[in-house]
Design a protein around this ligand. Sequence first.
Ligand code: NAD
Length: 315
Amino acid sequence: VLGAAGGIGQPLSMILKNNLPAGSKLSLYDVAPFTPGVATDLSHIPTDVEVSGFTGDDLPKALECCDVVVIPAGVARKPGMTRDDLFNINASIIANLVRNCARVCPKACICIITNPVNSTVPLAAEVLKSEGVYDKHRLFGVSALDVLRSETFLAAELGISNQRILVPVIGGHSGTTIIPLLSKVIGYEQISEDRIKALTERIQNAGTEVVEAKAGAGSATLSMATAGARFALKVVKGLMGEPGVNEYSYVEGGSKVSSFFAQSVVFGVNGWERVLDYGKVSAYEQSLIDGAASQLATNINKGVEFAKKWLSENK
Ligand code: NAD
């Protein structure tokens, strides 16, 4: 976990310590000097997962032999900021961390949480390409929090258990690029058109709901840690050969809408194996997909352009 001492990183590491398969090794890295202390703290939890913590120049040591790298490193939003406002700071952080992954653990599956995901993932792809190790099947943007939020809000709307709800969320991970396919939910016919629109907008703005409620103390951390851990554990299951494990993720996956697109991916022993078609959508959802295409293209281009500049300045 890179950024392991942060608001997301600490609870994410805790969930992984408690849920990774016995015999796994959990490696924490953060520029915060107390990161080895976070590892010591976690190491007292009695599970068969060995934890180690690194900081400073020890990033390569932290990455040795890693199969999965989860990255929540960077800065988070304050009220009034969009995810895009984070770009300039977080882009350099991601470029440097991903270059280290390419050099130390080139076959690792890299799961990027750091915002703006719509741009940081294409940026990471360019850095991996420049190192000659890019494999689109091993690079993921973690958009799963949008799925968790949709499940929660829809379950409340329908008055049923969260455990029984599955909501596909496609597109990207910011604003109107977040496209929940509520027409796929059992019970959809009972929800009025106005409510569908209101729920869709709430899902799209749910991150801002947390940013405003925290009033300057950051963005979603605990729900994100839950989503990030659920995601990473599914990647691990795939690598271990468990069949039929899938989740929504922002990947370079051959979508007709945009080169990088959040969609359901099936995990396997080499990362994501294939993308599942989201099938027929409602006219409203189609209008959201059409509307997101140009925004996604702009976000992707921003990541690619930054990578070109960063790579020329950081040989
Ligand atoms: P935070 O500030 O609490 O923690 C970030 C951590 O990253 C800090 O501990 C910091 O020391 C560390 N860090 C900074 N630069 C680093 C570097 N070069 N190497 C290693 N570690 C470094 O922030 P947070 O609340 O944990 O959020 C982290 C990121 O996750 C933000 O970009 C935020 O926007 C994003 N986020 C994404 C989603 C999503 O759905 N994908 C949801 C919420 C937040």
